[in-house]
Design a protein around this ligand. Structure first.
Ligand SMILES: [Zn+2]
Length: 226
């Protein structure tokens, strides 16, 4: 059973946890943002953490709510290092259509939120001008965070949502180890391209996350390459 970490609260009857990776990520943000100094640094770091984990939680709730509607049972939501996961308690071997709907529901929530915050910053309602600058800046942050979460998760990289959706969609045509091999080849090619981007733009967090995923992919490749 995967470790869930610290229990935080319930949302829509789903228990939410924060694991060690999540604690490390929050620690890193605090360290980086506090460099700004004083109360502004602390407030900025706090708002960033709320914006990032709020958006990740919304993504996981997308999976969890659609899954519960389709009879997957309940899920524990675990917030981890710049990401999260919904761990199902019930049976998850459903039809491919249901699997695709549950997988795509997560990024779909980020797309909706991204459009919402884009509209909010493009056509700001009058009360926005009354907000303190850091709260106004938060709208811009939430737009970018949700754009990034949607774009990153929909990449055909396994085990991201895009990689899982590709594997489920390919399963209509291909079976067994060939299915896994082809989806891993697509995953490696995409990882290579995104890694080039991450290295050339010095996105260290992204390099770290991609390297971790590449290692997982390599382990799975070793099992199916013959
Ligand atoms: Zn997801």
């Amino acid at each position: 059973m995967p470790t869930r970490g610290i229990y935080l609260f319930d949302v829509a009857r789903f228990p939410v946890f924060l694991d060690t990776g999540g604690l490390i990520f929050i620690g890193l943000i605090l360290l980086l943002q506090m460099g700004g100094g004083g109360m502004v640094g602390i407030l900025g770091a706090f708002l960033w953490i709320v914006a990032i984990y709020g958006s990740i939680l919304a993504h996981e709730l997308g999976h969890a709510v659609v899954g519960r509607r389709l009879g997957y049972g309940s899920a524990d939501i675990v917030l981890s290092f710049f990401g999260g996961v919904a761990i199902w308690s019930g049976r998850t071997s459903r039809s491919r259509r249901d699997q695709l709907l549950v997988t795509l529901a997560g990024p779909a929530v980020n797309v909706v939120l991204c459009i919402f915050f884009l509209l909010l910053k493009t056509f700001p309602p009058p009360f926005i001008s009354l907000l303190v600058p850091s709260l106004r800046g938060l709208i811009d942050d939430l737009y970018w965070i949700n754009l990034m979460l949607a774009a990153f998760n929909i990449l055909p990289i396994f085990p991201l949502d895009g990689g899982q959706a590709l594997r489920t969609a390919l399963a209509y045509r291909i079976r067994g180890s060939r299915l896994v091999r082809i989806s891993l080849q697509v995953s490696f090619a995409t990882l290579g391209l995104v890694m080039l981007y991450a290295v050339s733009t010095s996105h260290i967090f992204l390099v770290f996350i991609l390297a971790q995923i590449a290692f997982q992919n390599w382990q799975e490749w070793q099992q199916v390459r013959r």
